[in-house]
Design a protein around this ligand. Structure first.
Ligand code: COS
Length: 382
């Protein structure tokens, strides 16, 4: 077993880290405060070439491994998790829906503009009445001549307000549950497609979380990903790996909170010595560092498994579950180290504490991770 990154991977991490800390981090507080989509930072991420990560050169990308994407997500999230998400949705949820479900023509048409970062993508699965129970979705696709007519609404869609292309999961017949789910790429500006309510959130406030409305929206059959009924398996396949990215987001946020706590503990004086001189604080720091290391190992291991092409669903659930619940523990301790100084608006740990909270909810709650893992464990137990 080799636990070291290669020279090339270390160089990649350093490049993204330098960029994230210099160009992105200084804006994180203002982006959060004003709930502002960071369009200028998204452009800079595009200039760095990160939108082409995981996307093959044939579709405008640079290839690369999931381990690199995981490292990039961790580093960008250290700086600003909203900016990281705006990018991550494009390469993981949107990009892999196309890579796994699209034909050659669709990949060329719909991946290439997103791989350059000139256009953004989104992934629309959840609805007002279904999140975890994905098969219960109601957004309907009716066959009509050469195309389909979509009616219904999607909720909590990250990048929903800015996306130029959205992979929309619909049903051709709700009675068929998983067997009726069918995915389409819908383009911004399509008649009958509009952005509805934007949610105001506790964290990740720089990325839009939108309602998408389909009102007799006509979509050509050429935009359908796979045959009718192939959408559920596609969505599950996409989420299996994209969840690693959310674990990496949690890791980056928690690392930022830890770094702030460590710095503060060394600098803040109490009872005639730095906070770091007290064993109570030392133990918190030691527990936080252990948690971070364990999460990183789980995430890097599963990303490497995906890159090697070996089965990884159970390990992805473990990594997402552990990393996102770890982030809550670490951010809470980081705030405890800061005391009142951490609780006020404008403190890094206050933002981290809010930003991390959704990571154990979106792209599969902790409960869904446990359920999926348990199914695998029981099946293995034969
Ligand atoms: N990969 C490939 N296929 C999968 C799969 C996976 N990870 N998980 C399930 N499937 C297949 C099953 O094999 C089954 O196929 P067959 O009908 O051919 O046997 C089919 O899909 C239906 O699976 P299942 O019966 O397990 O469906 P359920 O309705 O019980 O749902 C869960 C399964 C709960 C695991 C699924 O709905 C889920 O993951 N929900 C969470 C969704 C989510 O993450 N939402 C957040 C949205 S993004 S912010």
């Amino acid at each position: 077993m080799d636990f070291e990154l290669t020279e090339q991977q270390r160089l990649f991490r350093q490049t993204v880290r330098d960029f994230a800390r210099k160009e992105v981090a200084p804006h994180a507080s203002e982006i959060d405060e004003h709930e502002r989509f960071p369009a200028e930072l998204v452009r800079k991420i595009a200039d760095l070439g990160l939108f082409g990560l995981s996307i093959p050169p044939a579709y405008g990308g640079h290839g690369g491994t999931l381990l690199e994407a995981t490292i990039a997500m961790e580093e960008l999230s250290w700086a600003c998790p909203s900016t990281a998400l705006a990018w991550g949705v494009c390469i993981s949820l949107y990009g892999s829906s196309l890579l796994k479900g699209g034909d050659e023509e669709q990949k060329k048409r719909f991946l290439t503009p997103v791989a350059s970062g000139q256009h953004l993508g989104a992934f629309a699965l959840s609805e007002a009445s279904c999140g975890s129970d994905a098969a219960a979705l109601r957004c309907h696709a009716r066959r009509d001549g050469e195309g389909y007519v979509l009616n219904g609404a999607k909720y909590w869609i990250s990048n929903g307000a800015e996306a130029d292309y959205v992979v929309v999961y619909t049903t051709v017949d709700p009675a068929l549950r998983t067997k009726g789910i069918t995915a389409f790429v819908v383009e911004k500006g399509a008649r009958g497609f509009s952005v509805g309510k934007l949610e105001r959130k506790m964290g990740i406030r720089g990325t839009s979380t939108a309602e998408l409305i389909f009102d007799d929206c006509r979509v050509p059959a050429a935009n359908r990903l796979g045959p009718d009924g192939a959408g559920f398996r596609l969505a599950m396949n996409v989420l299996d790996a994209s969840r690693i990215g959310i674990g990496a987001q949690a890791l980056g946020i928690a690392q930022a909170a830890y770094d702030a706590a460590l710095g503060y503990a060394k600098q803040r004086q109490a009872f005639g010595q730095p906070l770091a001189g007290f064993q109570a604080i030392q133990w918190m720091l030691a527990d936080m560092a252990t948690d971070l290391d364990a999460a990183r190992l789980l995430l890097y291991r599963v990303a490497t498994m995906v890159d090697k092409g070996v089965p990884f669903i159970k390990e992805a659930c473990m990594a997402k579950l552990f990393a996102t619940e770890m982030a809550e523990r670490v951010c809470s301790k980081a705030m405890q180290v800061h005391g009142g100084v951490g609780y006020v608006k404008g403190s890094v740990v206050e933002r981290c504490y809010r930003d991390q909270r959704v990571t154990s909810i979106y792209e599969g709650t902790s409960e869904i991770q446990r359920l999926t893992m348990a199914r695998q464990l029981l099946a293995e137990g034969g």
